[in-house]
Design a binder for this molecule. Structure first.
Ligand code: BJ8
Length: 382
């Protein structure tokens, strides 16, 4: 391999969704169980502990939205329409092979969509409380105990305490390596672009062998650190450093991340569910595993929580740690919770002396030119 050339792992992760199709079929042929998930609040540990494999379901392209709109309103978040559309058209192999799909009571659109999805697939909806206080933690802990029972009955297994502890260890190991990976964005210049970082993080959603993933990511980290030490980063030292927050960014990469980086900026930090929100915070291994899992997941600072102070505190911390020059808040059309929260987030970000811009968009390319112009203007004034 050429010196400093990144391993094919970048490509491997870039193709992870496609390659995962074969893997998931092989797993099914071997009699393994697959559980489709939509949200960062889904405690993957329980799924592993039941001997099944969690997989993120397709929801990041507009391909199936017209089909979804036959049943769902047009003015609904594109992520929700795409999720349903992929299921209704059988175009997501992960959905097709899922023995169970797990939804959650996060936003109104999703929880109502799951009712329709339940007509196509076996769906279990986790009753997620809407705030993070002690009473909610009790409810959520009970809900996780219930989820354990649902999985035991569905897959005819008994989940032991040791199964849970092993699963906690696996997920904590993954979090640890992913934290080391995204913290590479703290370097100046960062040794990889935001687009590359996004590709890898998105690819992990479709990687079934987590130990293999941990090994591969470690390899990428070592290469990138070496690249940085040798001053060979392709990112310019003067590139404006951007933090992306808001709705999941899987469906807007071509529309926002790419043009942003083409206009002289670099995304150094993804605070959203593709990045830090998913991998931040470990499950405490000193406590009862179900309680510790409940505690860890309930703290996720998503806008579906009210209040959602955690997101504000996290942003202020990240702006400093990643030496951020500007924050872009991505709002998927008709996402009321993130949209309403922009006002608070603007105050918090500007209060940290950092320029802020919110962008509301969907998965279509109809506003591509308009967004590109706004991104260029934003980068220019940084
Ligand atoms: S933890 S961000 S994955 S809920 S679907 S809320 S964009 S209107 S996805 Fe999410 Fe879990 Fe939170 Fe993360 Fe808005 Fe659309 Fe609803 Fe959405």
């Amino acid at each position: 391999m050429e010196e400093n050339k990144l391993p094919e792992i970048f490509e491997t992760f870039g193709d992870a969704r496609k390659n995962g199709f074969v893997t998931v079929k092989e797993l099914k042929d071997k009699g393994k169980k697959v559980v489709g998930t939509f949200c960062t609040y889904t405690p993957k540990e329980l799924i592993y502990a039941a001997g099944a494999y969690p997989v993120g379901l397709c929801a990041t392209s507009e391909e199936t939205i017209p089909e979804a709109e036959k049943k769902l309103p047009k003015n609904l978040c594109p992520l929700i329409k795409a999720s349903y559309g992929f299921a209704a058209t059988d175009k997501c192999p992960y959905m097709y092979f899922s023995d169970l799909v797990v939804g959650e009571t996060t936003c109104d659109g999703k929880k109502k969509m799951y009712e329709l999805l339940g007509e196509i697939k076996d769906v279990h909806v986790l009753q997620l409380p809407q705030n993070q206080d002690e009473r909610s933690l009790k409810l959520w802990t009970e809900e996780i105990h219930h989820f354990k029972k649902v999985l035991e009955e569905k897959f005819d297994v008994t989940i032991t305490e040791q199964d849970l502890k092993d699963a906690v260890k696996l997920c904590n190991d993954e979090r640890e390596v992913m934290q080391r990976f995204y913290e590479l964005g703290k370097l100046t210049p960062p040794p990889l672009s935001g687009l590359e970082m996004h590709t890898i993080m998105h690819g992990t959603t479709f990687t079934f062998d987590k130990n293999e993933q941990i090994k591969n990511i470690n390899e990428v980290i070592e290469k990138l650190i070496q690249k940085h030490q040798e001053g060979k980063s392709e990112v310019s030292e003067s590139a404006k450093r951007i933090l992306i927050t808001g709705c999941p960014s899987g469906g807007i990469v071509e529309k926002i991340i790419k043009p942003l980086e083409e206009s002289g900026a670099v995304v150094v930090c993804f605070e959203n569910c593709i990045g830090i929100k998913s991998f931040d915070r470990m499950v405490n291994t000193e406590k009862d595993p179900v309680e510790a899992i409940a505690e860890r997941y309930l703290k996720i600072p998503c806008s579906v929580m009210t209040p959602n102070k955690g997101r504000e505190e996290l942003l202020v911390k990240l702006i400093e740690e990643y030496k951020v020059d500007g924050v872009i808040d991505v709002i998927l059309q008709a996402c009321h919770t993130y949209n309403v929260e922009t006002e608070k987030i603007r105050e918090v970000v500007q209060g940290a002396d950092t320029p802020y811009m919110s962008l509301e968009t969907d998965y279509s390319l109809s506003d591509f030119g308009q967004i590109k112009t706004r991104l260029e203007a934003f980068v220019e004034m940084l």
